[in-house]
Design a binder for this molecule. Structure first.
Ligand SMILES: [Zn+2]
Length: 159
């Protein structure tokens, strides 16, 4: 699977999308696209803001929020919630996403499963043609599992 989104193409597609809507592809928006290049995986608005500030890209919180919303509306970026926190992810030129989300610490990682991919994309759907998919699985990450195990062992020895 091609993992690296193509940002020159994303820039082109986003500017074409904005133009069609009568909007403008401003330098701030180009900067935001450059910023999200740093995140091949999920990011929050705050994480992106910190990165842009550190790199001395001046973009207001409002512009950042609006641009991310536009990217979501255009279908180039997806937004999802984990533990009341909004995450963004670039989905441009990518077909499928399998996430594993730790319900203890909220960490999100991805996994690949060619068989699952094949099964979902070639399944028969009811009056529906599938184009892509996002899968969320929930559980406990290995770091949290080790921590929880240690904590329960401590409890037992205290008794
Ligand atoms: Zn965890």
């Amino acid at each position: 699977m091609e993992r690296e989104p193509q940002f020159d193409e994303l820039t082109k597609a986003f500017s074409a999308y904005l133009k069609a809507k009568g909007g403008r592809f401003t330098p701030e928006r180009a900067t935001i696209i450059r910023g999200i290049q740093q995140y091949l995986s999920h990011f929050t608005l705050d994480e992106l803001k910190v990165y842009l500030d550190e790199e001395h890209f001046r973009v207001s919180q409002a512009t950042l929020y609006n641009t991310l919303n536009e990217l979501v509306a255009a279908g180039f970026v997806t937004k999802f919630m984990v533990k009341d926190k909004a995450y963004y992810e670039v989905v441009f030129n990518r077909k499928s996403f399998c996430h594993q989300i730790c319900t203890n610490c909220g960490k999100i990682t991805e996994f690949c499963n060619a068989e699952l991919d094949e099964m979902i994309l070639t399944s028969k759907y009811k009056r529906f043609s599938i184009s892509d998919y996002t899968l969320m699985t929930y559980g406990i990450c290995s770091a949290c599992k080790a921590l929880l195990k240690r904590a329960s062992r401590k409890k037992k020895t205290k008794k």
